[in-house]
Structures are given as structure tokens and as C-alpha cells.
Design a protein. Structure first.
Length: 63
């Protein structure tokens, strides 16, 4: 006989959602749509910006 999973309190539930989001962030195959969905489930507004990388440019320096 299997035991039913105990009900999580709101902090444990949030913790599990944050762990799922963190793992998805580390997985290079996770789509932006999936990241956005997981972020929303954690109460996070995910805002991404794409920046073109210029050859020879160093990070933090503008031309």
C-alpha cells in the first residue's frame, strides 16, 4: 500500500516551483516559453533581452 504524498505548505510548494525553474534555467534545451511559464508559476515576471554580439567587443564596453 502506498502512502499519499503529504500536502505541502505554501513555502514548500514555492520552493519546489523555484527548484524546477532553477533547473530549467540551467538546461540549454529549455524553451523561452517554458521558462516564462515556470517563472509565472513562481510569481516572477521574466523579461529577456537579446543583444547582438559584436566581433572584438568586450562585455560592458560600448563602441
Amino acid at each position: 500500500m502506498t502512502q499519499p504524498k503529504p500536502t505541502l505548505n505554501e513555502f514548500e510548494d514555492l520552493g519546489e516551483r523555484l527548484v524546477r525553474f532553477g533547473k530549467a534555467l540551467q538546461d540549454s534545451t529549455t524553451s523561452v516559453g517554458r521558462l516564462n511559464q515556470l517563472a509565472r508559476e513562481c510569481g516572477i515576471t521574466l523579461r529577456l533581452r537579446a543583444v547582438a554580439e559584436m566581433e572584438g567587443a568586450t562585455h560592458g564596453q560600448s563602441r
